[in-house]
Design a protein around this ligand. Structure first.
Ligand code: MLT
Length: 256
């Protein structure tokens, strides 16, 4: 479905009835990453998947897509659908957006699950990487997309899941340079949401990959403890929805 929003369009899918769950993809991804999970999940509840601004079939809003701006787009879709409360599940950047959403709209948040994600802000080193990434995207989008996606899992799993990774890359290459850069800039300036996560009173989960190359597993373990989140530890890297598909399906199915 397409929905008008601030001179552009937002794309989302909706399936099933009852107790809404919103699935938010990460950077360079789209709502397609959830395709495997929708059939079983939508048997017991309503499943809404949204393409975040600049990703999938959704348009761009501004030069910088802050996590709050993206959360505003999510809010627009939910308001349009007359959904008053939902559980948010966010993969990586989708987790940053879920946290921004729960900060802005706490009474609409009935649960939160961060998948391969974290409430921490970027380190100074990572901020510098974002700048380099933005200039590479502008010069050579293909090189950037190939490199960025390959960096998310081990060489072994890149081979094991070669066709899934190729699909991801192929789709990311259809995203506009402006949309990719806007997300990089937004992630770079995102603020720390540890207190938001800590004070959120709904059910909270963190799914973490023990070998995630871009999220420090020990830090995530600590965050889960500090913020009273149930931790689900999986093997492998940053792409649990590919690398640990059945475990993730099982986890999502049993969220209330
Ligand atoms: C993502 O997978 O959404 C991003 O790689 C997260 C990040 O770069 O911080």
């Amino acid at each position: 479905m397409m929905l008008n929003y601030r001179n552009t369009q937002l794309h989302y899918t909706i399936k099933g009835i009852g107790n809404p769950i919103v699935l938010l993809h990460g950077f360079l991804e789209s709502s397609n990453i959830w395709n495997f999970f929708i059939p079983s999940l939508s048997e017991k509840r309503q499943v809404i998947c949204i393409d975040l601004p600049g990703h999938g079939k959704s348009g761009n809003l501004e030069e910088v897509h802050t996590m709050e701006l993206m959360a505003g787009a999510v809010h627009h879709v939910l308001t349009h659908l007359e959904i008053e409360k939902a559980t948010l599940v966010g993969h990586s950047m989708g987790g940053y957006v879920s946290l921004a959403f729960s900060e802005k709209f706490p009474i609409m948040t009935s649960g939160l699950a961060l998948i391969n994600s974290s409430p921490d802000e970027d380190s100074e080193e990572r901020k510098a990487t974002r700048d380099r990434a933005a200039s590479l995207v502008k010069r050579n989008k293909t090189a950037f997309v190939n490199m960025a996606i390959s960096n998310l899992l081990s060489q072994e799993n890149s081979l094991k899941f070669r066709s899934e990774i190729e699909e991801l890359k192929k789709e990311a290459l259809t995203f506009s340079t402006e949309g990719i850069v806007a997300a990089l800039k937004g992630m770079k300036i995102r603020t720390n949401k540890l207190e938001v996560l800590k004070s959120l009173e709904s059910q909270k989960f963190i799914v973490a990959g023990k070998d995630d190359p871009i999220m420090d597993y020990n830090r995530i373990e600590n965050v889960a403890k500090t913020c009273n989140c149930k931790l689900i530890s999986l093997n492998d890297g940053h792409l649990s929805y590919i690398e640990n598909r059945l475990a993730l399906q099982n986890f999502m199915y049993f969220i209330d």
